[in-house]
Design a binder for this molecule. Structure first.
Ligand code: SF4
Length: 377
């Protein structure tokens, strides 16, 4: 569907050559990192407790009232160069009220302004929670790390604290598959994300095949990092990550757009195997590598407190609040003055790279000064 920007011009379709979530796009357009993307956490409730959940420690059983929606909309409206919004949780659709009173108004705002939108969901609830988004939503982002309902049962409820019957998990798995097919048929763009971790790294081609069967239009792949619920899980070596990505590229469906993100491989790495992989990813048709938006062109707003973070998993404390400040001002403060940002904000344009994610730098490149490195092309 053609979406018209406020300026009256049509927006470019989302495609392997146009990913407005990539901070490189805004860096090239404005000549410096610029706030173009706002993510909003609209719930900390969820019907699952996944083993790898990046916000697992924030999940709750009850939650307080949200900040007033008009304040959030005002703060979005003030972001001068806004291009995308993302809605996340928990499971954002856990309560019907959140869908009706928060999600749909935010999506409608995005559509009317002409900015792209994404929601992160597990897609396991009744399809009626998702259908109202059809006229407004650009990307339905789901997690998919399974080769069978048994995988889903094991992974999806690992942190429940009580046994979840297999039959209940199988029902949810079937609902997710059916929702994906039906919503996709109705025109929703579904992007399924898989993590590369100790469970999935040898099964990615099979996971990819199922994602294709579900009718998804994109397969996203990110390495799992040891944060939050995943902090105690076994960590893969860089060799394992590299082998898993080659295996997936060897067996993928070349018609399906594949988006890789938060990779721990860079064109400036001394190891030739890393640079060869980066080059392969760059040259494969329908494959893109997104630079990490967190803190580069995106901030996250907690819609219960108004606190602003650079990541949705809050490993770094909040550095502002929308009750007091505009988002552009908060971002400017982070971007110009925060010592953490100064460590990783390198940029090699010819390699289409603007530096590592903070977690990646911390886990695999402790002590590396990326700002003194250059891409070897
Ligand atoms: S931008 Fe940074 S991480 Fe990327 S290739 Fe250049 S120096 Fe390496």
């Amino acid at each position: 569907m053609t979406v018209i920007h406020r300026s009256g011009l049509p927006l470019k379709e989302l495609s392997p050559t146009n990913d407005p979530w990539d901070p490189l796009q805004s860096l090239r357009q404005y000549g410096k990192h610029t706030l173009t993307s706002v993510e909003m956490t609209v719930t900390n409730l969820c019907n699952m407790r996944c083993e790898h959940c990046a916000v697992g420690d924030s999940l709750v059983m009850r939650e307080p009232d949200m900040i007033p929606l008009p304040l959030m909309l005002k703060r979005l409206d003030e972001v001068e160069n806004l291009k995308t919004i993302s809605i996340t949780g928990g499971e954002p659709t856990f309560r019907k009220k959140t869908v009706e009173e928060t999600i749909i108004p935010l999506l409608r705002y995005a559509r009317e302004r002409g900015v792209r939108s994404q929601i992160n969901s597990n897609l396991t609830l009744d399809i009626g929670r998702y259908e109202p988004m059809l006229p407004y939503l650009d990307v339905m982002h789901i997690s998919f790390n399974y080769t069978s309902p048994d995988d889903f049962h094991e992974v999806g409820f690992a942190n429940s604290g009580h046994p979840v019957p297999r039959e209940a998990a199988v029902r949810m798995y079937d609902t997710m598959m059916e929702n994906a097919r039906k919503l996709s048929d109705a025109g929703m763009f579904i992007s399924a994300e898989s993590m590369i971790n100790y469970r999935t790294h040898r099964k990615l081609p099979e996971i990819h095949r199922l994602i294709r069967e579900m009718g998804c239009q994109r397969h996203e792949v990110h390495p799992m990092y040891a944060a939050d619920f995943a902090a105690s899980l076994p960590v893969l070596s860089l060799d394992d990550f590299r082998a898993a990505i080659h295996d997936l590229l060897d067996h993928r469906d070349p018609q399906l757009w594949m988006l890789f993100g938060t990779l721990p491989f860079f064109s400036c790495n001394p190891d030739k195997a890393d640079r060869d992989l980066v080059a392969r990813l760059r040259n494969e048709p329908n494959v893109t590598v997104r630079n990490d938006p967190d803190g580069r062109n995106r901030v996250n707003v907690n819609m219960f407190t108004g606190d602003v973070f650079v990541t949705d998993f809050a490993a770094i404390p909040a550095f502002g609040n929308i009750h007091e400040h505009k988002l552009d001002d908060i971002f400017g403060e982070w971007s110009n003055n925060h010592p953490l940002n100064q460590q990783v904000n390198c940029h090699c344009d010819a390699a289409a790279c603007c530096g590592p994610n903070l977690l990646v730098a911390d886990m695999y490149y402790k002590g590396t000064d990326f700002k003194s490195r250059r891409a070897i092309l």
